[in-house]
Design a protein around this ligand. Structure first.
Ligand SMILES: Nc1ncnc2c1ncn2[C@@H]1O[C@H](COP(=O)(O)OP(=O)(O)OP(=O)(O)O)[C@@H](O)[C@H]1O
Ligand SMILES: [Mg+2]
Length: 242
C-alpha cells in the first residue's frame, strides 16, 4: 500500500436489509487523514452506507476495501479490531451511568493497563469530560453527550471514525462544538467519514463531499465545490449560492 492508497474504498458496493439492497453500486474512495461528509435527503441510504462500513447490515455485492484489504465479509468486531469505529445515529450512551462508567464501557475491548491509557487519551482529547467524570451522562448537554459517545468509540483507537448525524438535535452552539471536535480529530491523524444534516457546517470542515440520492452516488468532489454547486445549494443549503 503506498501513500496514495485510500484508507477506505467502496467498489460497486450494494448493501441493504432483508431481500433488498438500499445502496446500489456505490463507488468512492476516502483518503487517509481526510474528513468526508455525506449529505442527501432523508431515506437516501446515508446511514445504510455508514452501517455497511461497520458491517451491521447485509452485503449484496461489490467490495469494501480497508487499507488495501477486502473487509465486506468481516464481522463488526473484526472491523473494530482493524481500526474502524462507529458512532451510530442518535444518543445511545447510558444516561443513568456516570461519564466515568460510560468511558469504562467504551474500553470493553481492552485489557489491563491499556484501559487506563485509553481513558487518559480520551480525556486528553476531550478535557471537558474530565471535569464531569462523576456526572450522570443523561445530565450532560446534547453536545457533551455526543462528545462522550465519540470518546467511548475513540478508546478503541480507531484509524477510521464513522459518525452518523453527530449534530442532529443540537443547539447551534453545540453543533459548532461538534464540528470543532471533528476538525480536531483530523489533527490527531484520524480519518473521519460523517453523515450530516447540517450540510453547511459539516462541509465547511471537510475535505470532500459526497451527495447521495435514492441509494446511489449523486455527486462527489472537494467540499468547497459541493458547497458552491447551485443544485446542492438549492436542495440542502437554503437557496442560491452567495
Ligand atoms: N433496519 C432496516 N430494515 C429495513 N429497511 C431499513 C432499515 N434501516 C433503514 N431502512 C430503509 O433504508 C432506506 C434508507 O434508510 P437510511 O437510514 O439509510 O437513510 P438515511 O439517508 O440515513 O436517512 P435519514 O436522513 O432520515 O437518516 C429507507 O427506506 C429505510 O426505510
Ligand atoms: Mg440516517
Amino acid at each position: 500500500m503506498d501513500a496514495t492508497t485510500p484508507i477506505l474504498a467502496f467498489e460497486s458496493l450494494s448493501v441493504g436489509y432483508g431481500d433488498e439492497p438500499i445502496v446500489r453500486d456505490f463507488t468512492a474512495a476516502i483518503p487517509a487523514g481526510s474528513i468526508t461528509t455525506i449529505i442527501g435527503p432523508n431515506g437516501a441510504g446515508k446511514s445504510t452506507l455508514l452501517k455497511a462500513v461497520y458491517g451491521v447490515n447485509k452485503h449484496f455485492g461489490g467490495n469494501l476495501i480497508f487499507e488495501g484489504r477486502a473487509i465486506e465479509r468481516l464481522a463488526p468486531r473484526e472491523r473494530l479490531a482493524l481500526g474502524i469505529g462507529f458512532v451510530p445515529q442518535g444518543r445511545c450512551n447510558f444516561p443513568l451511568m456516570t461519564v466515568r462508567e460510560n468511558l469504562d464501557l467504551g474500553a470493553f475491548t481492552l485489557r489491563g493497563p491499556a484501559i487506563a491509557t485509553a481513558m487518559e487519551r480520551a480525556l486528553g482529547m476531550f478535557p471537558l469530560l474530565k471535569a464531569k467524570l462523576n456526572v450522570l451522562a443523561g445530565n450532560l448537554s446534547g453536545g457533551e453527550q455526543q462528545i462522550l459517545e465519540t470518546a467511548m468509540v475513540l478508546e478503541s483507537s480507531p484509524k477510521l471514525l464513522l459518525l452518523d448525524e453527530p449534530s442532529l438535535g443540537l443547539s447551534p452552539a453545540n453543533q459548532d462544538q461538534i464540528f470543532e471536535t471533528i476538525a480536531d480529530l483530523r489533527r490527531h491523524g484520524l480519518t473521519v467519514l460523517v453523515v450530516e444534516q447540517n450540510a453547511h457546517g459539516a462541509l465547511q470542515i471537510s475535505d470532500t463531499g459526497i451527495v447521495m440520492e435514492l441509494g446511489r452516488l449523486f455527486m462527489t468532489g472537494p467540499a468547497a465545490q459541493i458547497i458552491s454547486d447551485p443544485r446542492i445549494h438549492v436542495a440542502y443549503l437554503g437557496g442560491a449560492p452567495a
